[in-house]
Write a protein that binds this ligand. Structure first.
Ligand code: AHR
Length: 507
């Protein structure tokens, strides 16, 4: 018995000692190994007529913080501070039943309609002119998704005319009559939303969607040949998801500039390590889609690129329709959002647009509770990337321990991307430590150029993965510190379950 107790004790001491030990890793940064130029459009968000995103989110004329146009000043300001570059609108599933002419002209004359996507009554108080105003105030590019569900080709081309044509045509004159003589020059247009999904109003087969979208694309580009079009690609990944993309790309290749992809993540099994591996799947989806794009471009001997617009991504698994998708985010979700962004950066050659779904209240980085705006945990990683990661994305050498979880094999504990901004001569190293309880001591070497003697560290972390922010308390936020570095590199210990961005300047 005594022997048994002693060996138990030794075992406990050994395991707790092992747990206390940090793991080791190596990162090498080479400024000449560039993946591609980072398109600032990858730092986008999304506003849909859904729950309290538009009404009670961006627009709330009765709020004491509303500006003269009815937009919440705090939401406008937090959007600017987030560094977001473009915002998609009006949906989402909502777009597939939306008739844009309902939302223009004097407000008293606008019809109330039942939105079949989410079951709400749409007041149409916010329509095209209001959204353009919001976009201008928030300093973002508008990205409009047309209705290729219940809508028509004419509706799509007329919307382009309303937004982009000089006065002198029926719809541009209508815009002027509504108080906006100058065109909005909306450059980015989506050809429908998630048309691959049976939940979508007007869902079609890949062939039918592609034929329908092709005619819409022609008419829209003939209305304004400077616009860029995004075809509706895969939004769920069943056995045949690649076939959908192949048909869309083959039929529309000449007419589109982007293929859209969507992906949402959830910790359904309450398994931290499986959840932390989810963006490995996102990486596969991007690689496979890039392969299809290359195949089609090669087949048609195309010079024009086709890029990926990852125009919906986020963590979303707790808030169902009844709660109008008001997801409350925690520290664990920060890591997943940072890994989505790392993944997009690692594929910066082909992912040229991305949209966190959404912007406010609905699966969003900011929330309004009892009239007060507060920032969710996932605001911080997006803000760090959007404000800092500009320039060239680099291929990063990484060597570290790995783990297996479910179907995911050999997942590195660290998830890394790096960026070189030629203008400012700054390098950014973005690291998620997936490990639950171990820090990872990492040697970071510069393969090209000497580094300054100090670096700035931005860390998003919290004691518990379940820590959330509330209207009263910001438990999870960015903390900034300065560290000493060496000209050829330095060692940094990435804390357990953290997201860290290190900014180091070239000498
Ligand atoms: O962002 C919420 C919904 O998720 C969008 O309306 C739809 O496109 C997706 O399924």
């Amino acid at each position: 018995m005594k022997k048994y107790l002693v060996s138990c004790l030794l075992f406990l001491i050994l395991t707790s000692w092992l747990q206390g030990q940090s793991l080791k890793a190596r990162i090498k940064i080479d400024l000449e190994r560039q993946v591609g130029d980072i398109d600032p459009l990858i730092y986008g968000n999304f506003t849909e007529h859904l729950g309290r995103c538009i009404y009670g989110g961006i627009y709330d004329p009765n709020s004491p913080v509303a500006n003269q146009d009815g937009f919440r000043k705090d939401v406008v300001e937090a959007t600017r501070n987030l560094g977001v570059t473009q915002v998609r609108w009006p949906g989402g599933n909502f777009a597939s039943g939306y008739h844009w002419t309902d939302g223009i002209g004097p407000r008293e004359g606008r019809p109330k309609r039942k939105d079949l996507a989410w079951g709400d009554t749409e007041s149409n108080l916010v329509g095209t002119d209001e959204f353009m105003q919001f976009a201008r105030q928030a300093h973002v590019e508008p990205y409009v998704c047309v209705n290729l569900g219940t809508g028509s080709w004419d509706e799509a081309r007329n919307w382009v005319e309303y937004c982009n044509a000089k006065t002198g045509l029926y719809y541009s004159d209508l815009r002027a009559k509504n108080g906006h003589p100058e065109p909005y020059h909306v450059k980015y247009w989506g050809l429908g939303n998630e048309m691959d999904g049976p939940w979508q109003m007007g869902h079609r087969s890949a062939e039918d969607y592609s034929k329908f979208a092709l005619e819409a694309a022609k008419l829209m580009k003939w209305s304004d040949d400077s616009i860029k079009l995004v075809a509706s690609g895969s939004s769920f990944y069943n056995a045949g998801w690649m076939d959908w993309n192949k048909t869309v790309l083959t039929t529309l290749h000449d007419h589109i500039d982007y293929l859209s992809l969507h992906h949402y993540s959830g910790n359904y099994d309450k398994d931290h390590y499986k959840f932390m591996a989810i963006t490995i799947r996102v990486e596969d989806i991007i690689r496979l889609t890039e392969g299809l794009i290359n195949e089609v471009r090669d087949l048609y001997k195309m010079e024009k690129p086709i890029y990926i617009a990852f125009d919906e991504y986020n963590v979303w698994y707790r808030a169902e329709n009844a709660q109008k998708l008001e997801e409350h985010y925690n520290m664990q979700d920060v890591l997943v959002v940072a890994m989505y962004l790392n993944t997009f950066l690692r594929h910066a050659n082909v992912v040229k647009m991305a949209n966190m779904a959404q912007l406010v209240n609905v699966i969003a980085p900011m929330m309004v509770t009892n009239g007060k705006l507060w920032l969710q945990t996932i605001y911080y990683p997006l803000q760090l990337f959007a404000l800092h990661c500009k320039g060239h994305s680099l291929e990063t050498f990484l060597e570290c321990d790995k783990y297996d979880a479910g179907d995911f094999k050999q997942v590195p504990y660290l998830d890394v991307s790096s960026v070189y901004n030629e203008q400012t001569k700054e390098v950014f190293i973005n690291v998620v430590n997936r490990h639950l309880d171990k820090s990872i001591e990492t040697s970071i070497a510069s393969q090209f150029g000497k580094w300054a003697s100090q670096a700035t560290v931005y860390e998003v972390n919290s004691q518990n993965l379940t820590d959330e922010n509330t209207a009263e308390m910001q438990k999870v936020k960015t903390k900034e510190t300065t560290i000493n570095t060496g000209s050829e590199g330095f060692t940094y210990s990435f804390p357990a379950h953290s997201f860290t961005m290190i900014k180091v300047k070239l000498k």
